[in-house]
Design a protein around this ligand. Structure first.
Ligand code: G1P
Length: 287
């Protein structure tokens, strides 16, 4: 079984739901307390043993590249002033640990992943959708990589949502269940609530075999007229093992404003440097 060494981060999206905040700043750079969303995703990948981060970016996303680069003036000034540089440690991705490729047109998530095909090459790889903030220890991808070592093939993270929300997501037809692992029998992107096979949705973490790139190569359009990753995965179910992992942890949909605020509050309430103050304020506000 080949190890999972590479991760793809599709970050070319326009972030229209967060305008005007995201007019000049990529949505992936919005902070949860003091770390941008993309940093949490990269940390989660590193924890799972992933070595190379592949960012599929677009116009106006250069802040992400700057974030993972050396900030020469900042670091020089900070060291001259005797400031602690360790806070920047997680942002260091050396040239061997990151690659950037552009998605030139917004043709869908499947197309974004396909843009990374040459860098991914012929090996299984992970995908992270950074606005799905998966919070827990071990992280979601570590839990998935552990499961991958047992069952191989393809894995996606899933979670239950209220039935009326399924039409915003990819939805699975579940098969046999064994602890946190569920066999995936079918996949459909953004079904109508009445047509949905379950309320188990695909929640933004994937481990896929490289054959998915050959399916994406056909550039077939699906839901919303976009090239959908879910449709390409659905085609692999009959020929390869396909499992879903239920993440043991909390998930915040930071593509939505309410989810983003919830994530900030949850993380702040866990931070020793601010938890007491934030809790006292929140209680007072809610009185
Ligand atoms: C994408 C995927 C969908 C998945 C969702 C998770 O949809 O296509 O299958 O459930 O992310 O957030 P999007 O949010 O890009 O519409």
């Amino acid at each position: 079984m080949k190890p999972i060494r590479k991760a793809v981060f599709p970050v070319a999206g326009l972030g229209t739901r967060f305008l005007p905040a995201t007019k000049a700043i990529p949505k992936e750079m919005l902070p949860i307390v003091d770390r941008p969303l993309i940093q949490y995703a990269v940390d989660e990948a590193r924890e799972a043993g992933i070595e190379q981060m592949i960012f599929v970016t677009g116009r106006g996303k250069s802040a992400i590249e700057d974030h993972f680069d050396i900030a020469f003036e900042l670091e020089k000034t900070m060291s001259e002033r005797g400031k602690d540089l360790s806070v920047l440690e997680p942002t260091r991705l050396g040239p061997g640990n990151c690659a950037y490729v552009r998605q030139q047109e917004p043709l869908g998530l499947g197309h974004a992943i396909w843009c990374a095909r040459d860098i991914v090459g012929d090996e299984p790889f992970a995908i992270f959708l950074p606005d799905e903030f998966m919070h827990g220890s071990p992280g979601c991808m570590k839990q998935m990589v552990d499961a991958y070592h047992r069952v191989g093939g393809n894995l996606i993270s899933v979670l239950e949502v209220p039935h009326e929300q399924v039409s915003s997501y990819g939805v699975i037809t579940p098969g046999a269940r064994d602890g946190a692992l569920t066999e995936v029998r079918g996949l459909v992107e953004k079904p109508k609530a009445e047509d949905a096979p379950s309320n188990l949705i695909v929640s933004g973490r994937y481990i896929l075999q490289p054959e998915v790139m050959r399916v994406l190569q056909r550039q077939e359009k699906g839901a919303g007229g976009e090239i959908q990753l879910t449709d390409a995965m659905a085609e692999m179910i009959d020929s390869q093992a396909f499992h879903a992992v239920t993440f043991d942890g909390a998930r915040y949909d930071c593509g939505s404003k309410a989810g983003y605020i919830q994530a900030n509050l949850a993380v702040a309430l866990e931070r020793p440097d601010m938890a007491d103050e934030v809790r006292a304020f929140a209680l007072d506000l809610l009185k």
